[in-house]
Design a protein around this ligand. Structure first.
Ligand SMILES: [Fe+2]
Length: 387
């Protein structure tokens, strides 16, 4: 049945090689005066933060730098950033980096205008007011956080990842300049790229998928399948970096509007529990969750389209089940080609934790849009297959 839908996008997108050059005009137009830069130490070290500092100085915008963001950012990190934001009375936040600095900025921005605690905004649309304006300068091609209404923060006490889906955290300006991604290490290129692929595949089979998100998801799958290996093989390949920047952004639009599913729900509990890279958890779990979801005939039909986008030679008379199996094989083949041969056991994951992990995954904000609602035992079984 047709239902009314909402399709969120960010206010302004700057994209393509050299897109950062448009930022001074955007600052002028919006008259920002005091910025909190939120980033991590590695981006200060490689000189990317200095480039943004030069732009801010040119526009006479005051700023301070909070560079304490770590992978899988915690509530404590958000609170530290918020204290700095409040002490300088910032009127905007500039996130520089991948998902971790951007997610941290969203949490800081929501707390700055709404008060309360990080925990009080977990779930769907819990805040009352728009976040402090956020400018997201993305330096990885994966999370899509610069365009989504999602952010993920880890609870320091329980090590569980908490997901907020909130229209009020949408950034004002998203910058996807592939020239800022050229220095991304190979491992990060692989894991963030596989994260983007997972976004697109989960969005395509989500129960909230619609014609607008479908076209985004399939384009992103096709583009990632073509260009991720090239970006990994040669990090200086500007065409590959550009296409991956576009693909992760488009996959971000797809999942921000359609939702995610069981891969992300399970990856969130794994990543929080063992402090593992998000994209790596997704890459390991993706084929096994596809196998699980692929038991449903309607989902098989969707996976047939995914198979075609992954380069599988499909025909109109090909059985959807066969296409599903081929799509899963293609995902595994891509992972191997990118050097991802991990199993959960090789990452220090313990089988005795599966029940706790599955319990967290079952209540994750991403689970309700999975095409099949699994039982606790179903989730444990998928973890076992990936073990
Ligand atoms: Fe993700």
């Amino acid at each position: 049945m047709l239902k009314a839908k909402k399709y969120n996008l960010v206010e302004t997108n700057l994209f393509g090689p050299g897109a950062i050059q448009f930022l001074p005009d955007e600052f002028k137009r919006r008259n920002y005066r005091r910025a909190l830069i939120v980033t991590d130490p590695s981006l200060v070290k490689v000189g990317i933060v200095a480039k943004i500092e030069a732009i801010l100085s040119q526009r006479k915008i005051m700023y301070t730098i909070f560079d304490q963001v770590c992978p899988n950012p915690t509530v404590a990190i958000v609170d530290q950033g918020l204290a700095q934001c409040q002490s300088m009375n910032a009127d905007c936040i500039i996130a520089i980096g991948g998902g971790s600095p951007i997610d941290t900025s969203k949490a800081i921005g929501i707390l700055a205008t709404n008060g309360g605690t990080v925990q009080s905004y977990m779930g769907v649309n819990k805040s009352q007011r728009p976040a402090l304006p956020i400018i997201a300068i993305n330096t990885t091609a994966g999370t899509g956080s610069e365009v989504t209404t999602f952010y993920v923060i880890t609870d320091d006490k329980t090590s569980s990842k908490m997901v907020a889906i909130d229209d009020n955290c949408t950034v004002r300006i998203a910058v996807n300049d592939p020239e800022l991604m050229l220095s991304m290490p190979k491992t990060l290129t692989v894991t963030t790229g596989m994260d983007a692929l997972t976004h697109a595949i989960e969005a395509y089979v989500s129960i909230n998928a619609n014609p607008l998100t479908d076209k985004d998801a399939l384009w992103a799958i096709r583009t990632i399948h073509t260009y991720l290996p090239k970006a990994v093989e040669c990090g200086e390949d500007i065409e590959a970096r550009t296409m991956m920047a576009h693909a992760s952004y488009i996959a971000g639009i797809a999942f921000s509007n359609a939702g995610l599913g069981m891969v992300h729900a399970m990856a969130h509990s794994l990543g929080g529990f063992y402090n593992l890279p998000h994209g790596l958890c997704n890459a390991i779990l993706l084929p096994y969750v596809m196998e699980y979801n692929g038991r449903e005939k309607e989902v098989q039909k969707r996976y047939k389209e995914v198979a075609a986008a992954l380069g599988v030679a499909t025909t109109p008379w090909m059985m959807p089940y066969k296409a599903t199996m081929d799509a899963i094989m293609e995902v595994k083949k891509l992972s191997r080609r990118l050097g991802l041969n991990h199993r959960l056991s090789s990452l220090g994951v313990k089988e005795s934790d599966f029940e706790s992990l599955a319990t967290l995954a079952l209540s994750d904000t991403c689970m309700p849009t999975n095409p099949i609602q699994p039982s606790l035992q179903d989730i444990i079984n998928v973890y076992k297959k990936a073990f």
